[in-house]
Design a binder for this molecule. Structure first.
Ligand SMILES: NC(=O)c1ccc[n+]([C@@H]2O[C@H](COP(=O)([O-])OP(=O)(O)OC[C@H]3O[C@@H](n4cnc5c(N)ncnc54)[C@H](OP(=O)(O)O)[C@@H]3O)[C@@H](O)[C@H]2O)c1
Length: 263
């Protein structure tokens, strides 16, 4: 089946899943604006880009002036992929961490979607793909800040989808909920915590808890991203997008078992 070429913007794609998605989309004939968070990454990624159908731009999604620069791109599809995570107990977590987590994963993502919405609503085949996480469904101890920010953006996507039914627009919205992939994101999240997590007296063996979580991530984490990249591509190219795309299979099974026994 011939697929119409789309002009896609993907945020937070310097490396990891986002970068791979950008490369595969270009291979399949789409034009991709890939955004990176830091100037140092901009120079590096610009040097690495080989295709004229890929362009790298600087974007901190929390900065309004940087978001506004995207208005002139006239994209068909936004992939809201950038995200951050903090670990640590909700009993001791500094409010600033919780706020940062929501700022990037929810508020700035929301602001970007709202900014690009008028042009996307007018498109014949406009699409918004919101990257959440299975962590938005699973109540994982010591990842409560990340889990709740992803639960919030997932619910946003579901309500948004419902509201679109009351418009004349053909804009489609879906969620992508990856399981565990070893991109470095989870390792960073486990390190990205307040030291108070260790010093406050609520937990008897915090180091043990943390090393168990690392083991869990290692056990279930996938080193190859193709199963999830495939889901992004399916969403971009679908005539009618599904509500949610999930992978890998092992994490989906793990999620069901977790909810059965721990949910
Ligand atoms: N890997 C997993 O197991 C997993 C599972 C479920 C969901 N996800 C979700 O998948 C997405 C990408 O994760 P990944 O695994 O591919 O890891 P990643 O490469 O670390 O992707 C996250 C990207 O977001 C960028 N970012 C952070 N703050 C930003 C900001 N304020 N503005 C713009 N970009 C910002 C990061 O840039 P810097 O590194 O330069 O800050 C990074 O490029 C995230 O939304 C994550 O929650 C990942």
């Amino acid at each position: 089946m011939m697929v119409k070429s789309m002009k896609v913007l993907i945020t937070g794609a310097a490396s990891g899943i986002g970068r791979k998605v950008a490369e595969v989309l270009v291979e399949r004939g789409h034009f991709v604006y890939l955004t990176v968070h830091r100037p140092i990454e901009l120079q590096k990624v610009q040097r690495e880009i080989k295709s004229k159908n890929m362009k790298c731009l600087l974007l901190d999604i929390t900065k309004e002036e940087e978001r506004r620069r995207l208005l002139s791109l006239d994209i068909d599809c936004l992939i809201n992929h950038a995200g951050i995570g903090y670990s640590g107990s909700l009993l001791t977590m500094p409010f600033s961490h919780l706020r940062d987590n929501f700022e990037v994963n929810f508020f700035a993502s929301f602001a970007l979607i709202q900014l690009l919405l008028p042009q996307l609503l007018e498109k014949e085949k406009g699409k918004i793909i919101i990257v959440s996480s299975l962590a938005g469904i699973l109540p994982i101890p010591f990842l409560g800040s990340y889990c709740s920010s992803k639960a919030a953006i997932s619910m946003f996507a579901k309500c948004f989808r419902q509201e679109l039914k009351f418009t004349k627009s053909k804009l489609q919205v879906c969620l992508i909920e990856p399981g565990i992939y070893n991109t470095g994101f989870n390792d960073y999240m486990l390190e990205n915590k307040e030291e108070a997590y260790f010093t406050k007296p609520y937990f008897s063996e915090p180091e043990l808890l943390q090393s168990r979580m690392k083991q869990l991530f290692r056990l279930f984490g996938k080193n190859h991203y193709h199963s999830i990249v495939k889901q992004y591509v399916k969403a971009v190219e679908a005539k009618k997008m599904r509500k949610v795309y999930r992978a890998p299979f092992l994490s989906r099974i793990g999620m069901k078992l977790y909810l059965l026994f721990m949910g």
